[in-house]
Design a protein around this ligand. Structure first.
Ligand SMILES: N[C@@H](CCC(=O)N[C@@H](CS)C(=O)NCC(=O)O)C(=O)O
Length: 203
């Protein structure tokens, strides 16, 4: 669904970095809902998220940011909720209230207690201020804690997918969380240092 090139004024615009799990969950939602959007890459390794133009969209300097006409939203969970309300086709949430609440809860475990603790800025800070040897234990302890909780939280609700037999928000939040976790751990274990290599242009 993503289109590059000439921007269409009425089209949704997604500011995104390809390896950002927060951006990936929004791309999945847009595609599930069949929405066309213009993809605007923001290369985190080149620091493009700190450009004055991008900081006008999100003063925190994080991707993703979605622009829908005059409306600008710059947090993946807020974007998903906005899309769900404005574009109800292919719902991201189950209609059952209990399952819906479970989706909110699990989504917030990922969004508040796992992903932000492994963000580029956080890991860089730990590496520089605490020590490079502390990065892996930090990442692992928060992943372990978060995933142990999610396992317990979701154990009685699983069907074909995490909270039943339909794909819902929590599935794609978790999916990319897993990918992210895998990449992070592999990266550090094998000393590839993808995160720190500023010469690597993978955008
Ligand atoms: N709560 C925000 C977090 C956004 C976020 O952490 N984005 C990361 C990429 S997944 C980022 O832009 N990191 C840049 C940095 O750490 O400097 C959301 O869910 O959108």
């Amino acid at each position: 669904m993503a289109e590059s090139g000439e921007s269409n004024k009425n089209k949704l615009k997604l500011y995104s970095y390809w390896r950002s799990s927060c951006s990936q969950r929004v791309r999945i939602a847009l595609n599930l809902k069949g929405l066309e959007y213009e993809y605007i890459p923001v290369n985190l390794l080149k620091g493009e998220h700190f450009s004055p133009d991008f900081l006008k969209l999100n003063p925190l300097g994080y991707v993703p940011a979605l622009v829908d006409g005059e409306i600008v939203i710059s947090d993946s969970f807020a974007i998903l909720m906005y899309l769900e309300e404005k574009y109800p086709q292919h719902p991201l949430l189950p209609s059952d209230l209990q399952k819906k609440a479970l989706n909110y809860q699990a989504a917030n475990v990922v969004c508040s207690s796992i992903q932000p603790l492994q963000n580029l800025a956080v890991l860089k800070y730990i590496k520089e201020k605490v020590g490079p040897d502390e990065v892996i234990p930090w990442v692992q302890s928060h992943i372990n804690k978060g995933f142990a909780a999610l396992e317990k939280l979701l154990k009685d609700s699983a069907g074909k997918y995490a909270t039943g037999n339909e794909v819902s928000m929590v599935c794609f939040l978790l999916f990319f969380c897993f990918v992210f976790v895998f990449l992070e751990i592999q990266t550090f274990m094998y000393n590839i240092h993808l995160l720190w290599d500023n010469n690597l242009d993978l955008a």
